[in-house]
Design a binder for this molecule. Structure first.
Ligand code: NAD
Length: 265
């Protein structure tokens, strides 16, 4: 097995990463940042998102695994004091994995510039800096609504507990192959009307968000900010690719949700 490690720069994370590297070397597990079978992120959910984007060209070959050095994360199953157990599992256990849907994003432009493609693990948002965003929302090429407000967020099931949840979206079990459209502060009155509630879009459907022609859009893809002018439309659908997580241990999704957001009471 060849392992790559992606970590953040916090002092505790660097110390944990050094211990992990030593344990892997002792166990004759090769560290290979170029062509890994397994990518271990050490840090938080943000670190796992960075690891996903760094290795998104190898999605069919790699599995991901997260060690968290802070509070319990959504993509991080192992604690920093469980490194021995983790390395032991890598040596002895079967290579089990679980896969989850990703979001395919295509940005098309008003000029001749070729369209750009992105993959998101959590979500993509479209916002305008300081003015009302005006956009037409199409579902499978049919106009559904004209949106006015701060912006729109489109999230994956695993991303449903991230930004999507903060703006009132539903938490979706990651075994459901669907994506979600959530409004950010929509203007709803007698003149402007949108559905006003989050929508779960099926796997064989696609969204087109057709934007009014202005220069000041901010498009995000997970942690990435894309500031571009001349955007005509952004298309969203479930990606052909999926992310594979190494599942040496299983944590029930709703248990994780309870643990993160409610606690034991
Ligand atoms: P970060 O690592 O500081 O993450 C921000 C917070 O979001 C952390 O508490 C992290 O644990 C949590 N988070 C990330 N993915 C999650 C998930 N799938 N489920 C539950 N919680 C999750 O910041 P970053 O590195 O810039 O991460 C980018 C992500 O942060 C974005 O994809 C977005 O979802 C999230 N975010 C959330 C808000 C918000 O809730 N208001 C605002 C901005 C960004």
């Amino acid at each position: 097995m060849k392992v790559a490690i992606v970590h953040n720069q916090e002092a505790k994370t660097i110390e944990v990463t050094e211990r992990l590297k030593a344990l892997l070397t002792q166990s004759a597990i090769q560290i290979d940042g170029q062509r890994p079978d397994l990518v271990i992120s050490v840090g938080g959910d943000g670190t796992l998102l960075s690891a996903f984007h760094k290795y998104s060209h190898l999605l069919n070959e790699v599995r991901f695994l997260g060690v968290h050095t802070g509070h319990l994360g959504f993509y991080t199953d192992w604690r920093d004091y469980e490194l021995e157990e983790l390395v032991n599992s890598l040596q002895t256990n079967q290579e089990q994995s679980v896969s989850y849907p990703l979001l395919d994003i295509k940005i098309s432009y008003l000029d001749d510039k070729p369209a750009k493609h992105f993959l998101a693990l959590n979500e993509s948002t479209i916002k305008r800096s300081n003015r009302t965003m005006v956009a037409d929302v199409y579902i499978k090429n049919e106009l559904f609504e004209s949106f006015r407000g701060d912006g729109l967020a489109v999230s994956t099931p695993t991303g449903s507990t991230a930004y999507n949840k903060s703006i009132g979206g539903a938490v979706i079990h990651p075994s459901i192959n669907a994506f979600q459209l959530t409004e950010i502060a929509s203007l709803n009155n007698r003149v402007f009307r949108t559905l006003g509630s989050p929508m779960v879009i099926a796997q064989d459907e696609w969204l087109e968000i057709k934007l009014e022609n202005t220069e000041d859009y901010l498009v995000t893809v997970d942690q990435l900010d894309i500031k571009e002018s001349n955007i005509r439309s952004i298309y969203y659908r479930i990606a052909k690719e999926r992310i594979h997580f190494a599942s040496y241990r299983h944590m029930h999704f709703w248990h994780r949700v309870k643990d993160s957001f409610i606690g034991e009471g």
